[in-house]
Design a protein. Structure first.
Length: 231
């Protein structure tokens, strides 16, 4: 991961930028076909988040679920969470982390209203996954920023297992390294490689200024009250 000073520099640079602005900044550096996650990665609700990528990877569970009584199943679930589908990255979250989870496209609620909120309590600013998320009504109520491919009903046991974290992952067709900059809003999610982040931000702000100036003139011509998007 990256140092605290570098982290704060990048978060400050990208504060206020929209996904569209960052997309433009990438284009200005001839990165037209990189960074934007596929359109099927969608937000649970409209919000905007900028963060530093903290990555985790999960794979399909290949074992069998033994036949057991409900009481035995309760104990097996406890064992499963402790040994198969673990969340070691949760203990490492730093303020400003955007959690990027490659869960192999599995339709399972790896994250829900409880553990997602626990990550926020540790400093996570948002989540994105190429699989499922559940408890979505509560997540929206809690205002936990979340982008996912699927809304799921099922829990993890017998379906998914932990593989690695703080490694390169692929989510929404984009290669994400720990420490990359992640920007997400109603337009989706875009990832900026850390080594390009300063230059991308410069051109993104250039385009945002032009957009604000043009829309402000239109607001004034229409007699529309100025809002935060044009000030």
């Amino acid at each position: 991961m990256i140092g605290k000073e570098r982290r704060e520099e990048l978060l400050t640079l990208y504060r206020g930028l929209r996904v569209a602005d960052v997309r433009d900044g990438m284009d200005w550096l001839m990165m037209h076909h990189y960074g934007s996650m596929s359109p099927d990665i969608r937000p649970l609700y409209r919000t905007r988040v900028v963060g530093i990528a903290r990555t985790a990877r999960y794979l399909p569970f290949q074992g069998s679920v033994p036949k057991m009584s409900p009481t035995e199943y309760t104990e097996w679930v406890r064992w499963y969470y402790g040994n198969v589908c673990t969340y070691p990255w949760m203990q490492e979250i730093e303020p400003g982390d955007f959690i990027v989870i490659d869960q192999s496209g599995i339709d399972v609620g790896l994250m829900g209203s409880n553990n997602s909120l626990a990550g926020v309590a540790r400093g996570a600013v948002g989540y994105v996954t190429n699989g499922g998320v559940r408890d979505t009504d509560e997540l929206i109520l809690e205002q936990v920023p979340f982008w996912s491919k699927i809304v799921s009903q099922s829990i993890v046991q017998g379906r998914i297992c932990y593989d690695a974290h703080n490694v390169a992952v692929q989510v929404g067709g984009v290669l994400v390294h720990p420490g990359d900059v992640v920007v997400a809003d109603g337009d989706g999610v875009i990832v900026v490689p850390q080594e390009l982040a300063v230059d991308v931000a410069m051109y993104a702000h250039q385009e945002l200024r032009h957009d604000k100036e043009g829309r402000r003139r239109l607001y004034e011509a229409l007699g529309r009250p100025l809002d935060e998007t044009v000030k």
